[in-house]
Design a protein around this ligand. Sequence first.
Ligand code: NIG
Ligand code: FE
Length: 444
Amino acid sequence: MENNKIDLLIHNIGLLITMQEGDKPRTGSSMSGVGDLKNGAIAVQDGKIFAVGPEEEVRAQLAGMAITHELDAEGRLVTPGLVDPHTHLVHGGSRENELSLKLKGVSYLDILAQGGGILSTVQATRQATEEELFLKAKGSLDTMLLYGATTVEAKSGYGLTLADELKQLQVAQKLNESHPVDVVSTFMGAHAMPVEYKGREEEYVDVIIHEMLPEVKRRGLAEFCDVFCEHGVFTIEQSRRILSAAKELGFGIKIHADEIEPMGGAELAGELECISAEHLLAASNEGFAAMQRAGTVAVCLPATSFNLRAKNHARARTMIEVGVPVALSTDYNPGSSPTESMQIVMTLGCLNLGLTPEEVLTAMTINAAYAIGRADAVGSLEVGKQADIVVFNAYNLAYLPYHFGINHVNTVVKKGEVVVSAGCLCSQAFDSSAAGAAHAKAVR
Ligand code: NIG
Ligand code: FE
């Protein structure tokens, strides 16, 4: 029998930004075409968008249908749920001790070379139980949702042994099953060289290729594989070996490329047809050209450059000019980017990368969705896609990056369900209410 019921109608939307139709990443001037309309409405059925457009047209389409629940947006701005395509969500501990080192001028790579940085989080993650990792990551995922993210990528890479990498990935899987936010997993055993492999680095690369990747695949714990290609971490040749093996096994591939030194990481991303390349502050024009040819998305991480006090920024304007699709992400992690807020990234995307508010929104919706293989389901408000929707306490788009450092989210709808209301989590949307209290304990 035909379903003659609308579960949710969001009406009285002052400015509705749909991102237009299509699941291809946007490049060049099409990054500015966000499909905005005044006086809009969205009708939701079975967690998906049933109708979207001017309110009069949507209501006409619904004639004769019962509407279970109505949400008055009171003239506010409505966008697709934000997609955060690059996070290191699951980890133990925190690294506020690095702030004073940074203020003394010690560089990120020097902290790592001294056994701190990523390696100190590796210790904390190995020591943590799966339950502790779950509760801490759940707290961060709650914050991401409160700030408007409805789909989040999560990398492993703080275990660096098979068992500890699996532990992180299992936590991400459990979060995906129990939390309203969709979590897309990436295996990143090549995040740092474990201290126990000092002097026999190629052996660790072999462990990744012959032990870790096949086991992660066998257990279905990750869709993507990522490598930190950087001086003192993984070389171009090691990155090529790992990513080629991952591709062979059917993983989508990603690369942290040319963040600090120009290494040819962007060129490698193009050569291997990576779905995305991340950071890219030092990437060359040849690297951009290779990425453009391969359709690789550039995931820019301006909160990381800000927090590392980088002297330069990713050349996002050049990327857009040469036809590389640009996405934006928090890079949430305990070292280089300890923030869950996609809204601070909006501001830094405008002020430090020179993007317009429209380009910023494209970069954190449809292009971000494409970078994690979800553009067919999320990233734009169109009929048949998931009803992942944010209502902001704002009446135009520029207000979000302009008025920075606070949370503008009013309401979040995930798969048709209201999960954030008046800026607060709706507890009935969550699996276990006990987890919230336990989280407070775990992060102390
Ligand atoms: O994307 N660059 C490597 N990985 C993370 C940092 C992780 C950490 O410092 O713990 C990044 O910035
Ligand atoms: Fe990262």
